[in-house]
Design a protein around this ligand. Structure first.
Ligand code: DX5
Ligand code: ZN
Length: 229
């Protein structure tokens, strides 16, 4: 499995999101990561389905929509209709996670489940065989530009082991928070294959170069035998 780079537009200029997406797509970004926050589950408010719909008009890469909201069941249809190709929901807010994952898949969207830094891997034990991907938060969600939590490396390895044991070896692990040229190789070595990066890409003067550099650093850490790109 190759590494996929998913620039997070949270750190881009919100007055010029179309241009931000075009720049990272030119640099070979695989996905566009969109952070949806509701001011309840996390202490920040960002964007909703109308903006996702507008991004869908300009993006050529799939939209990877991360729902940091208290009641995702209420909105998954709207985000699917807006053009999300991947939807991830936090296990911390969902008492009926199995139902939610099936509902996302029924809409033709890839279903991901997200673990906050303090949420144990065992919370995925009964759902690991059903998900299309797992997103491991390596910072507490809500803001870009935070420091990577080092314990996330062993957590990624534990999630990988659980997915494999659940017969879901094809499901990739995405990681989000504090990913940069230093942390990218470490999380890839631990088993992450989709790398979200906001500040490390859009916080630089040259997001295209930052996207390419991040891919190079991440790909160099792939275990021998993985397909190069
Ligand atoms: C944080 C968001 C992240 C954020 C990552 O709550 O889920 O996607 O954009 O930003 P960086 O890469 O700056 O830590
Ligand atoms: Zn995110």
């Amino acid at each position: 499995m190759n590494v996929q780079i998913a620039p997070s537009i949270l750190s881009a200029d919100f007055a010029a999101l179309g241009e931000a997406i075009a720049r990272v797509e030119r640099a070979g970004a695989d996905l566009i990561h969109v952070d949806v926050m509701d001011g309840h589950f996390v202490p920040n408010i960002t964007i909703g389905p109308p903006v996702v719909k507008a991004l869908k008009r300009v993006a050529t890469k799939p939209l990877d929509v991360h729902l940091m909201i208290s009641d995702p069941d209420r909105y998954i249809e709207a985000f699917a209709a807006a053009g999300a190709a991947m939807l991830s929901v936090h296990v911390e807010v969902l008492p009926h996670l199995h139902r939610t994952v099936q509902a996302i898949k029924a809409l033709g969207v890839k279903a991901g489940v997200v673990l906050n830094p303090s949420t144990p891997v065992v919370a995925l034990e009964e759902i690991a065989g059903d998900v299309d991907f797992v997103l491991v938060m390596s910072v507490n969600p809500g803001f870009g530009g935070q420091t990577f939590i080092a314990r996330s490396e062993s957590k990624v390895a534990a999630v990988r082991e659980l997915l494999d044991r659940s017969g879901n070896a094809a499901a990739p692990i995405e990681i989000d928070g504090g990913i940069d040229l230093q942390t990218a190789p470490r999380v890839v070595a631990a088993g992450a294959r989709i790398l979200v990066a906001g500040n490390a890409i859009f916080g630089t003067a040259d997001p295209e170069r930052a996207t390419r550099d991040l891919r190079a650093a991440a790909s160099a850490a792939l275990p021998a035998g993985s397909a190069a790109r």
